[in-house]
Design a binder for this molecule. Structure first.
Ligand code: ADP
Length: 419
């Protein structure tokens, strides 16, 4: 038995149980009325029960057959509701006719009863029609909205007033439209970010390549031949090539972090050790720039789970920036301290600071402050973006505070090894 057959069978059983439920309820109501209102003697009650049973079973069977054929043939809810009402009236008329024959009710009384029944039936059928028309209208609204969404108008929503099952369908439809709209705007933002990235990458690749080409051509054409200038050109070309390969490595690292291909080599690490290694390694650069580079360590530190090489990379990026944006005579300090359920590291400098309007963007890829853009030594604006991705891949957080003219503090938090 395939799935649709199983569904059809389940529906048939459901319909039969509803009809049998209706029959039982009808019998109970008729008997209760006969007992309490008509005060019928028990012999009459038995007769009534027999009569109701023998008339209702064939009525239900015939009714059900007509109803199921009609349901398949009729293609509107209104027509189906009218069919159900008409069936009810016809069944009632047949019952009355049989009763009238058995009870020898006069032809006149039977016709009068039938007439009243038809009148009541038509009245209630018109209520049924009204109800079906409302449902059809709500369904029409849902259908129109679905067509609008399919045509790309994702702001379309369905507003129904009456609170019933169709109202719930409309609510579910609106929720789906909300999700679709959000997914679409996320996709648009990603598309824009991708375009910006390609523009930034091509700019950052094109500029050094153009200057390398100009220098090589100048030497090739013999425009530059004095040994000192040629040596200077070679040194510049070398530096540009270093920049380019740094940029390509950074891009590669970022794209790997993005698609979460990277497998972090996690192990328990004491951040005091890691930070003091980086401090040691950066001392030469700090001394050359006449900047005081110092560390403050916490005595009792829980170990964190970290990929040593990658957290080192974060620290190098932060300290490198601090040294780069701090003038001679300034100070850069690294502080390690326990925080919440992990460890926090701060890199504080006494440098130029970051303008408030730049602060929300410093972790964006290819973001460079105005000053950094005009400076020849500035990086590509990927260092902090990489640091953020690495810290977040560790389940941590990274942040920045800065006051222009007074200095900047970058901090990051890594969760401790679970106890
Ligand atoms: P870059 O390669 O330009 O240093 P980063 O992603 O490391 O790129 O930094 C982005 C921008 O953030 C820098 O161009 C600079 O404007 C700003 N910035 C980062 N660190 C500091 C700092 N310690 N002091 C002042 N500005 C900073």
């Amino acid at each position: 038995m395939n799935e649709s057959q199983a569904i059809r069978r389940a529906n048939t059983w459901k319909a039969i149980s509803i009809l049998l439920g209706g029959l039982t309820l009808g019998l109970v109501v008729a008997l209760v009325l006969a007992i309490y209102i008509m005060q019928a003697p028990s012999g009459d009650l038995q007769g009534l029960l027999w009569f109701l049973l023998s008339s209702s079973v064939p009525s239900l069977l015939v009714g059900y057959l007509v109803f199921s054929v009609g349901r398949r043939r009729l293609h509107s809810i209104r027509a189906k509701v009218l069919l159900a009402y008409s069936l009810g009236i016809v069944i009632a008329l047949i019952n009355i006719f049989v009763t009238s024959q058995l009870m020898f009710v006069s032809q006149h009384d039977f016709l009068l009863l039938g007439l009243l029944l038809i009148f009541a039936g038509i009245l209630s059928a018109s209520f049924g029609y009204l109800l079906a028309a409302r449902m059809t209208r709500s369904l029409g609204q849902l259908q129109d909205a679905a067509q609008e969404i399919a045509a790309g108008n994702l702001l379309t929503r369905v507003r129904l007033v009456e609170k019933d099952e169709l109202f719930e369908v409309a609510e579910a439809f609106n929720r789906m439209a909300d999700e679709l709209e959000q997914a679409f705007s996320r996709q648009k933002a990603m598309e824009q970010a991708r375009r910006d990235l390609i523009a930034a990458v091509s700019h950052d690749l094109r500029t050094p390549l153009a200057s390398i080409r100009a220098m090589v051509e100048a030497m090739d054409d013999g425009l530059v031949d004095d040994p000192a200038t040629v040596r200077r050109y070679y040194r510049t070309i070398h530096a540009q090539i270093d920049n380019l390969s740094g940029l390509i490595n950074d891009l590669f690292e970022l794209s790997r972090l993005d698609v979460e291909q990277v497998q972090l080599r996690l192990e328990p690490v004491n951040l005091n050790d890691l930070v003091s290694d980086v401090l040691e390694a950066m001392q030469v650069q700090a001394r050359q720039k006449e900047i005081l580079l110092e560390g403050h360590f916490a005595g009792d530190l829980p170990p964190v789970t970290a990929d040593i090489a990658r957290i080192q990379r974060v620290l190098y990026n932060l300290v490198q920036n601090a040294l780069q944006y701090t003038p001679a005579g300034g100070r850069v300090s690294l502080t390690v301290r326990p925080a919440e359920t992990g460890v926090q590291v701060e890199v504080t400098d006494s440098g130029e600071g970051i303008p408030p309007e730049d602060l929300p963007h410093v972790f964006d890829r290819f973001f460079r402050g105005d000053k950094s853009r005009s400076r020849a030594t500035g990086g590509a604006g990927l260092g902090l973006a990489i640091a953020k991705r690495i810290v977040e891949a560790h389940g941590g957080r990274i942040w920045v505070e800065s006051r222009p003219g007074q200095g900047t503090r970058f901090g990051f938090y890594l969760p401790a090894v679970p106890a």
